[in-house]
Design a binder for this molecule. Structure first.
Ligand code: DX5
Ligand code: ZN
Length: 220
């Protein structure tokens, strides 16, 4: 797979529906929803109530990225809010294996996210339980930060690790992705590409989406 999952964090919060419609018109299938609790990360964004209220606006796949302490406390809320993929931080959950199983018990996809400094080794014994791995290519908390170059190597190693273990999770990358560097992460193995400020900060969102589509088409 190769898909763009625009991060709603950089959208216009006063009119989310308008931005969601633009993504749909642009042929986007995934929507990345960044949940921040002001504790695990310094910023506060939105929670299940907001997600539930935008759920009826679209059929896009809701790719929820939980940046919250002890995410295991809120799984059911996010499932009820309309999650299709629920990704939490390895660093924020005490019993990662249990949290994964709990998410999957609701029949949705479960993902684990790793901060830039967290090694891939942590995934070794849960590798066949994962539906998605989200490599953070910035320190989580804010949109508009710069891509950390060392993460290219990490994506490549993750792809090798997936092959070695015969696992079949999606490789996703989040933070600092722009049309100018997206080929680099795709070449390394990224399949679900998150982009926030580059999409919603564009003068013309539709033409920015077309630029991404043209780049992705080079790989099809
Ligand atoms: C960062 C969030 C990202 C963020 C990406 O903590 O997880 O999803 O919105 O924004 P950009 O693409 O601007 O780096
Ligand atoms: Zn995110």
């Amino acid at each position: 797979m190769l898909e763009l999952s625009p991060s709603l964090l950089s959208a216009n919060f006063a009119n989310l529906e308008a931005d969601i419609k633009k993504l749909e018109e642009g042929g986007i299938n995934y929507l990345h929803l960044d949940v921040m609790d002001g504790n695990y990360v310094p910023n506060i964004s939105f929670g299940p109530v907001v997600i539930k209220s935008i759920r009826p606006m679209t059929d896009m796949i809701f790719d929820i990225h939980l940046m919250i302490e002890k995410p295991e406390r809120y799984i059911e809320e996010f499932v009820n809010a309309g999650a299709d993929i629920l990704t939490f931080h390895y660093e924020a959950s005490t019993h990662v294996h249990r949290t994964l199983q709990n998410i999957k018990s609701y029949g949705i996809k479960a993902g684990v996210s790793l901060n830039p400094a967290t090694p891939l080794d942590t995934l070794e014994y849960i590798i066949n339980d994962l539906d998605l791995v989200l490599i953070m290519s910035v320190n989580p908390g804010f949109g508009g930060q710069s891509y950390i170059e060392a993460m290219s190597r990490k994506i490549k190693s993750l792809k090798e690790m997936r092959q070695k273990h015969n696992a079949d999770f999606i490789i996703s990358v989040d933070g600092g992705i722009k049309t100018g560097n997206v080929r680099n992460v795709i070449n390394m193995g990224a399949e679900l590409i998150i982009s926030g400020s580059d999409v919603f900060g564009a003068d013309d969102i539709m033409s920015r989406l077309r630029e991404y589509k043209e780049i992705f088409d080079e790989y099809r």
